[in-house]
Design a protein around this ligand. Structure first.
Ligand code: UDP
Ligand code: MG
Length: 317
């Protein structure tokens, strides 16, 4: 039995790169179908994440011309992770195995062969891991590395140098669907699904066209989501800082009493200000981190839909 493969590709304002990469994805799929590696029911599924440009028009046009191409359109921009989830959940109803990949051509599509080989070996999840980051900018490379290390230190198990290029079987996706959280960070959630998993390496190149849709602000949000969604270690850290500051202040109180009795209590304005600032700062920091979690709880209790699909290409209007 040859598996039905869906390539799931989120697109946000990608009118520049889509006409270049769509034929690459299609070409790969047709080659695999020709070699009888995958079923001829396999498809490329584009997810339009509320683009403001002509991305959806391009997807619709492609889907009319090419049977291999399908598309879904979200009702507005929901973010990369939500768009990807929308695509994966839609795909899992129609296929045996999915490969998620960015639409900018940065990830080497040929790694799909290796992923499929591992799938046929019985793996339900295959992570695409990039060989090096030599094509990323200095800042991006180092900030990404720092983030991975920080995440792992903070208790969130993620795969080093793995983005969202991965194979998942529909069985793994059915289990992923049971993770009901609203703030999603798939790179951290997928390893929690378990099953037999492995990694394959590939070279990551530069974007073929267009600009990165991950400005610093979105990257920082992803980093904060990653940490607060996956672990409660920051809360433990706060507890530790609290204990240490209580011990320090105890020592300070003893010292001030001793100083009082030894009668050299000259008003130390600067030290008082320093101490007030120090503890004020720590308190605000701690309240801020706890606030992050409360914010998350607030959002989770709302249980808002994680994505809303407004259109699909198959539907005739
Ligand atoms: N993307 C999306 N919604 C967003 C931002 C990005 O669907 O709000 C998609 C984008 O079209 C691309 C993928 O997510 O396919 C990765 O984005 P990008 O290549 O800009 O990120 P980078 O590679 O620079 O980290
Ligand atoms: Mg990219």
């Amino acid at each position: 039995m040859t598996p039905i493969l869906y390539l799931v590709i989120p697109c946000y304002n990608e009118e520049q790169v889509l006409p270049i990469t769509a034929p690459i994805f299609m070409g790969k799929l047709s080659k695999l179908i020709e070699k009888k590696e995958i079923s001829d029911k396999s498809r490329v599924l584009f997810v339009n994440d509320g683009s403001g440009d002509s991305t959806w028009d391009i997807i619709e046009k492609l889907s009319k011309e090419q049977t291999l191409i399908k598309g879904i359109c979200l009702s507005r921009n929901m973010g990369h992770q939500n768009a990807l989830l929308a695509g994966l959940m839609t795909a899992k109803e129609e296929c045996d195995v999915t490969v998620s990949i960015d639409c900018d051509g940065q990830d080497d599509i040929n790694a799909v062969d290796k992923m499929l080989a591992e799938y046929k070996n019985g793996c339900d999840i295959v992570y695409g891991v990039r060989d090096s980051r030599k094509t990323d900018s200095f800042f991006k490379r180092h900030s990404a590395q720092f983030f991975y290390k920080l995440l792992n230190r903070l208790g969130a198990k993620t795969i080093y140098n793995h983005a969202d290029y991965r194979l998942m079987s529909s069985r793994a996706l059915v289990e992923l669907e049971k993770f009901k959280e609203v703030n999603i960070y798939l790179r951290g959630m997928v390893p929690m699904v378990g099953f037999k998993s492995t990694s394959v390496t590939y070279d990551r190149t530069e974007r073929l066209a267009g600009k990165s849709k991950y400005p610093l602000k979105k990257m920082l949000k992803l980093a904060a989501d990653g940490i607060t969604n996956l672990s409660v270690k920051p809360i433990h850290l706060i507890f530790l800082i609290g204990i240490i500051s209580v011990l320090l202040s105890l020592a300070g109180i003893i010292w001030s009493i001793v100083a009082h009795f030894l009668s050299y209590t000259v008003a130390g304005w600067s030290s008082i200000i320093a101490i007030i600032c120090f503890f004020g700062g720590i308190q605000i920091l701690c309240i801020g981190v706890i606030g992050e979690y409360i914010g998350k709880i607030y959002m989770e209790t709302k249980a808002r839909p994680r994505y809303i699909i407004s259109k699909k290409t198959d539907e005739k209007e």
